[in-house]
Design a binder for this molecule. Structure first.
Ligand code: SF4
Length: 247
């Protein structure tokens, strides 16, 4: 436990709406380096600028609300100690998550992300028409599903993903991870069908940035690789029949 206060600069990207021109604003703070980055952002709001907007709730890495980019890396700020990202007299650069529309400052619009996650849990056939995912029910019931319990739906994986940065139709790491868990155990054929498209498992470039930043050890990158294996296995069964494939 460190008791000496550090003098640091919090450099925050300010922006009202995706179309607005972003600016950077510096805030000096004296803070215990054992406190978290979220504590620092709250300190900025409390003592410097009440117009700063950011999202937070549980403060113990359960809700997934406080995801931000800290010194260019996605972090859950409520569990990121200040001493892990800077030093005394140093700077902490804080930005909103990437690959989501910006609402204001550090708050991004995650509504599409949450809808896609729900759609993975109520599985449907997914097609990618004109850059948008379209869903068609395939009649799988709730009892066929398991929730990807470890995922706190923070969106860090989507922000870190180089494919999500260039292709808005990509299902994304968290959705594909949810699909891998919820369906592969009970319905491998449907799981393969859902992920087997150019917006799904095959769009991933295997960068594994998602797994690197996930604060909950969901390992989305490895789950996507497992989905690919299952897809190929199902195709093999389709082509050659289950009995022959096992032989
Ligand atoms: S898979 Fe990990 S990084 Fe992605 S939303 Fe879930 S908890 Fe967050």
């Amino acid at each position: 436990m460190t008791t000496r206060l550090w003098k640091i600069t919090i450099r925050i990207r300010r922006q009202r709406g995706t179309e607005a021109v972003p600016t950077w604003q510096d805030f000096p703070l004296e803070i215990n380096p054992d406190e978290t980055v979220l504590d620092a952002v709250e300190r900025v709001w409390a003592f410097h600028d009440r117009s700063l907007t950011f999202r937070h709730a549980c403060h113990h890495s359960t809700c997934g609300a406080c995801g931000m980019r800290v010194n260019n890396i996605e972090k859950l700020t409520c569990i990121t100690p200040i001493h892990s990202v800077t030093h005394n007299n140093g700077i902490i650069k804080i930005e909103p998550l990437r690959n989501f529309p910006i609402i204001s400052d550090l708050v991004v619009d995650m509504s599409r992300f949450f809808i896609d996650l729900e759609n993975m849990r109520a599985p449907q056939v997914i097609t990618n028409k004109q850059g948008r995912l379209e869903y068609e029910s395939i009649g799988v019931t709730e009892s066929d599903l398991e929730r990807l319990a470890d995922c706190i739906e923070c969106g860090l994986c989507v922000s870190a993903c180089p494919v999500a940065a260039t292709d808005p139709s990509y299902m994304g790491p968290a959705s594909l991870a949810g699909l891998q868990l919820s369906l592969t155990a009970k319905l491998p054929d449907i799981s393969a069908r859902l992920a087997d498209n150019q917006a799904g498992a095959w769009r991933c470039h295997s960068a594994f940035e998602c797994s690197a930043v996930c604060p909950s050890n969901v390992e989305p990158g490895y789950r996507i690789m497992d989905l690919r294996k299952k897809i190929m296995r199902e195709k093999f069964f389709q082509w050659f029949g289950k009995k022959e494939a096992k032989a």
